[in-house]
Design a protein around this ligand. Sequence first.
Ligand code: SF4
Length: 378
Amino acid sequence: MPLVQRLPTYRHRKYNMKTHAIIPIFIPHKGCPHNCIFCNQKKITAHIAPVTADDVVETIETWLTTLSHVKTVEIAFYGGSFTAIPMEDQTAYLKIAKRYKDAGKVNKIHLSTRPDAINKEILDNLRAYGVDTIELGVQSFDDRVLKLSGRGHDSAIVYKSSKMIQDYGFELGIQLMIGLPGDSMETCIYSAKETVKIGPELARLYPTIVIEDTELFEQYKRGEYKPLSQDEAVERTKEMYKILQKAGINIIRVGLKSSDIINENGDIDGGTFHPAFRQLVEGAIAREKLESQLQAEAGVARRAELTGRAGTARSPFVQEEREKVDFFSNSRNFSNMIGNSGRNKEYFLENYRQYDILYRVDNGLKDGEYAVIIKNGD
Ligand code: SF4
């Protein structure tokens, strides 16, 4: 797993606000034999105490006091590769989670792990303790990217483990990273398409963050690794998001929050961290949809003219009377339509000066649906 979380961290999932909550329990993978170049767990685990059974109980109890109004609660074991830790440790943690599930205090048990830390014995144990969801830190389906990232496995094991997890009846999640060494728009799209072929219920998309105390950070300092710019990261993630979303995969996370990252100084290096990365991606998708609808509405005859004018200074030939245009989204997607910090509004203001655009709500629209109306002569 590339990501570690400070405890306690509690969040509602955006897609299910106020009805679904996760109690995250960070289980560091002490003594992990792998050397993923983006991971700083070796440094972290060198000086943090192991998580005891009492710690797990305390974390669950603390968060349960705030969750009485929440419909479904999941205990989620994040951090290292849960199923790569010794079996007796897995069982000790799972026993506690199962006790809460059996008592009806939590609804689901969720964990994340490496694709090569799955076998029959492990899955039998997870089933015996009532685990519902297994997320695999796949990162990429491109073998070269996996190799350059020091993952220690190839993509073949991902297909095998995913099938085993699905055959056992667990809910499957797949985590993908964007911008690892050797990664490109093509490998990102390939990874998203291969994910769709496997058909997990859940997915997470994480742009690569360069964290101190990692091999990636050393490569970055030596000039061997160049982090993606924010625009590149958004562009690649957007294309992956569209592929996964079209296939009906629930994308439960896009990008990291600052609380997801632990390092000694709390610093984040590289250009891909943004606290509202998901909104950058969803806003970019909204802009793309609005722009193509606007151009379609404007008509084939005018499309060439609009394209030619995009991004240029105001033409002296732009009519003084600007045409009135309404953009619509439902209220949930309104901020995506406007774009983070109003960036979509700015874009249309700058590039479509012939229009006077009003941003409006139509709750008849579904999530991710937008409508454009040009009010000729109104
Ligand atoms: S498997 Fe890789 S990402 Fe996970 S803890 Fe080990 S080194 Fe870090």
